[in-house]
Design a protein around this ligand. Structure first.
Ligand code: ZN
Length: 214
């Protein structure tokens, strides 16, 4: 595929999708469907844009907490919650949507931390490809573990899968929860309890961006 330009790949996909519509029993030549194969191909590229991006590139720029501000025995965790994403289930090529919550305890020697937006971008790159929720959760934890080298990290992902909403069992209210732990979070269950506590007391920030602060 690499010998084709993006435009050539897009046109080829569109012509295959034209055939898919026909095989499904539709008439791809009818007025409202004429541009659908092209739009569908463009959408597929958007859903899969993460395939060609190195997710870890977003964690290469990290900050360091000052040594003076770091207590030598600290197990203080940093929690980044409610990161929204939309991904594509690789078994049914249907969307799944949800949120990710992350907590990590910085390494006391390197004292590396990352900005909020880095986590959103990391998750987006992993989400924008054919995925399994279980694997995505592990990949996020592994990337943070590798680049921030924290004492511990935990990633919790909760998502609704449209393949279960739209077909088969039609479980409308069911969601899936996956977790991945590294370091201290695998060894010390009380840290996970603390993390769950923080999540349950988090502020409702849904109105913050639209409200005026005096
Ligand atoms: Zn599925």
């Amino acid at each position: 595929m690499s010998d084709l330009t993006k435009q050539e790949r897009r046109n080829k996909i569109a012509s295959l999708l034209h055939e898919v519509l026909r095989l499904l029993g539709e008439n791809p030549e009818r007025e409202d469907l004429k541009r659908t194969p092209g739009r569908w191909a463009d959408s597929l590229f958007a859903y899969m844009e993460g395939i060609e991006v190195d997710p870890e590139s977003h964690l290469k720029v990290v900050f360091q907490i000052d040594q003076d501000e770091c207590i030598p025995t600290s197990e203080d965790m940093i929690v980044v919650d409610n990161i929204q994403f939309t991904s594509t289930c690789e078994h049914h090529v249907a969307p799944f949507r949800g949120v990710a919550h992350i907590a990590y305890i910085p390494n006391l020697k390197t004292r590396r931390v990352a900005g909020l937006s880095k986590f959103s971008r990391l998750i987006r790159v992993y989400a924008r490809r054919l995925q399994l929720q279980e694997r995505m959760t592990q990949q996020i934890a592994a990337a943070i573990d590798k680049h921030l080298d924290p004492q511990g990290v935990i990633v919790v992902v909760q998502a609704v899968h449209f393949c279960t909403l739209q077909r088969g069992v039609e479980q409308n209210s069911s969601s899936m929860l996956t977790t991945a732990r590294r370091g201290l979070f695998s060894e010390r269950p009380e840290l996970e309890n603390k993390f769950q506590q923080y999540l349950s007391m988090r502020l409702d920030t849904s109105g913050v961006s639209s409200s005026v602060v005096n």
